[in-house]
Design a protein around this ligand. Sequence first.
Ligand code: AKB
Length: 315
Amino acid sequence: MKKILVTGALGQIGSELITKLRSIYGDSNVIATDIRVDNQIAEQGPFELVDVTDEQRIFQVAKDYQVDTVMHLAALLSATAEKMPKRAWDINMGGLMNTLEVARELNLQFFTPSSIGAFGPSTPKDNTPQDTLQRPTTMYGVNKVSGELLCDYYFQRFGVDTRGVRFPGLISYVTPPGGGTTDYAVEIYYEAVNNKSYTSYIAEGTYMDMMFMPDALDAIVQLMEADPAKLIHRNAFNISAISAEPMDFARAIQAHIPEFNLTFNVDPIRQGIAESWPNRIDSSVATAEWGFKANYDIDRMTKEMLEKISSKVNL
Ligand code: AKB
């Protein structure tokens, strides 16, 4: 049985991952941490205030609860990181380094997500291979590539059991993302339900990888439970479920809301980031090494997103 500390537990991934982990490993075995308190998560099980730039505090909480695993999610996303690059470096790299050090000192299994943002304009755009050119042009991308290398280093140099995936844009109806380039793919569903129209800041024809949150959560659990003997890569596995551009979402939504109307008002910063990322990455190495499989395509995800958001609106 695992005992897991999760940083950034109130973020888009964390808020759903905590619930899933608690259902698998038991409420008291999942220690949610963040820089602010959320009563619902805190009532369900252990919760501690932890700022990931404070290594001593991470160490203390990990030691007090005698955890054997840390899942490090706290990070600034791509668009926010572009607005404040120095702060992004401090939080994304400082937080990762601190958490890896705690994992080394206490011999913890370690998970952290990388991203499709770890690729850049010179990366092959279609069927992007697992091992390829990575020269990202954003601060977020620089952080993610450095993080991938740092996790490999901690495994090779110190034997820390580091594992990770490159997440695409994650789509969910529980906690909205904040400050990402792929956030439009969540906003479009809320606007479809509330206003039957959406103005996209990403241009028509711009493809990016996406995934519905339940597939992302399954992938984390599956990778952490995978037989280490089968893992050749360990960190930064490409995983994707959907390659889509704004019109693909519009068409999927129109199957349920025919009057839905999509217009465009492109944001040059986020459009520039999106254009530097792949159209569709190849997940076959993750499938071969630990059995990754996505269950949701865009149509199945759209049906569930619209149903769940409508039921929240009609409460
Ligand atoms: C972002 O858009 O910054 C994130 C990501 C793809 O890593 N959703």
